[in-house]
Design a protein around this ligand. Structure first.
Ligand code: SF4
Length: 460
């Protein structure tokens, strides 16, 4: 695949399988509807969203102080705290901890941060085997694919495809696609993994500054199984995951599960405060571009994100183009405003992968103005010269035409003539707009011509 990936081209690959697109679209819409129902069971839902947004606003405004407070309390609890400026440093820190303990096999629960840092690839290159223990993550790991959704990593896969993967990797009968049988096979496989790994890595959903503890939310209990059975627990978090007080968890836990899957609460919300006796608990705090985003006034609110995935489930573009078309660890609307911060050139296409309908901002539990930021990123990308060349030239030509009535009239006339006499000049492979559209019949005259003629008639 070429170095600079393009959302539209990747979406076309996904779109080639129409039944998959329809089923992907309907499944995610079903989850969006579950979210709506769950939200309506909370009388003060909007107040809850506003409160969460304000708490996160406070965190972002005082991030430095909260981080230091968290570090001091975590250390006092016996947690070994590390700081990583970027993905490379994060990966080196995790590797060094594993080396220190002579561990070459690790179990890992879901962590989008480690996806962002490409930790699995790094560790595998260094001879360390990593088994993902979240079922969806394990499935995409077997398929050698990245997750396509932050909450539902293998939402793009059909059960028959999962059956084929399990047959190949876990020895289930060929053609077996019964979810219950497949889940049982995964359970046995992961049980053996949990029991034999001496190191476990987890993500972090919330880190509480006042207590130095952190909370991990899962539905499968896999983070707990890994962390409790291993001698070494490494937890990795982006620096924006801080919340000031434990009492704030009541706000975020109620919002997270309802927004993500329509559940009142995740099955497991586990608190980790200190290592068990004789065990080690490490925490890696990672920046990787977050402080740069914090300094971008128009985009700093994106750091309020609690990774619920609601903006993906509701997005008409995400639902019909699939997560892999975003070619970045976090897909969908939120990914499209986070990724250009990390690499504006490589991710210049992503803010354009949106209808700007605003549905993402409407469902976001922490009230991030996602669609406004998408629009603002477009302006930054064009200004910085990273926009698609064809589009830029087209826009320049349009600007010229709209700036001069004579050019506008002439262009309209020429366009109508071409559409009538040489339609393939407009409707061809170079014009993606017509790939799924019928060309409309060209009007006989422009509105301007019609108006002049009819006004003249009326005046006569
Ligand atoms: S931007 Fe909002 S809706 Fe999207 S994942 Fe983050 S918190 Fe959820």
């Amino acid at each position: 695949m070429k170095e600079t990936k393009d959302h539209a081209a990747l979406a076309e690959v996904f779109n080639a399988d129409e039944p998959r697109v329809n089923w992907h679209d309907e499944t995610l819409w079903f989850i969006r509807q579950k979210r709506d129902k769950a939200a309506h069971t909370v009388a003060d839902w909007e107040l809850l969203r506003e409160t969460a947004s304000q708490i996160k606003h406070n965190v972002l405004s005082n991030l430095h102080d909260y981080l230091l407070q968290f570090e001091a309390n975590a250390k006092a609890n016996g947690i070994i705290v590390h700081w990583a400026a970027d993905a490379a440093e994060h990966n080196r820190i995790v590797h060094a901890i594993l080396q220190k303990h002579k561990v070459d096999r690790m179990v890992k629960s879901k962590s989008m941060l480690t996806e962002e840092c490409h930790l699995n690839e790094y560790l595998e290159e260094n001879g360390i085997e990593v088994i993902d223990s979240d079922l969806g993550e394990r499935i995409v790991q077997m398929a050698k694919e990245p997750p396509s959704h932050i909450v539902l990593p293998c939402i793009h896969k059909k059960k028959e495809e999962i059956g084929d993967l399990f047959h190949e990797h876990l020895g289930t009968p060929a053609g077996m696609a019964d979810p219950q049988v497949l889940t049982e096979a995964a359970r046995q496989h992961l049980r053996e993994t949990f029991l034999t790994r001496r190191a476990a890595l987890t993500g972090v959903n919330f880190a509480v500054a006042e207590t130095g503890e952190f909370v991990i939310c899962t539905n499968e209990g896999n983070a707990d199984m890994g962390a409790h059975l291993a001698d070494v627990h490494i937890a990795c978090m982006g620096i924006e995951k801080i919340i000031p007080k434990r009492e704030h968890l009541g706000v975020f836990l109620r919002l997270l599960a309802r927004s993500a899957t329509g559940q009142p609460i995740t099955t497991y919300s586990s608190h980790f405060k200190k290592p068990r006796e004789g065990h080690e608990l490490h925490l890696v705090l990672v920046d990787n571009g977050r402080s740069i985003q914090l300094g971008r006034e128009d985009f700093r609110n994106s750091l309020k994100c609690i990774r619920c995935g609601a903006c993906m489930n509701t997005c008409p573009v995400y639902r019909r183009s699939g997560g892999h078309s975003y070619h970045t660890a976090v897909a969908g609307p939120i990914g499209a405003i986070l990724a250009p911060n990390l690499d504006m050139k490589k991710n210049a296409d992503l803010p354009f992968a949106s209808t700007l309908c605003g549905s993402c901002s409407n469902v976001c539990p922490v009230k991030i103005d996602i669609h406004d930021q998408l629009y603002k990123w477009r302006q930054v990308i064009v200004k910085e010269g990273y926009a698609d060349t064809k589009k830029t030239l087209g826009m320049k030509a349009m600007t010229q035409a709209f700036a001069s009535p004579a050019t506008f009239q002439l262009a309209g006339k020429a366009g109508r003539w071409f559409m009538r006499n040489v339609p393939f000049a407009v409707n061809n492979k170079l014009n993606p707009w017509y790939k799924q559209r019928e060309m409309p019949a060209p009007p006989k005259e422009s509105f301007g011509e019609w108006y002049l003629k009819n006004r003249k008639k009326r005046d006569e």
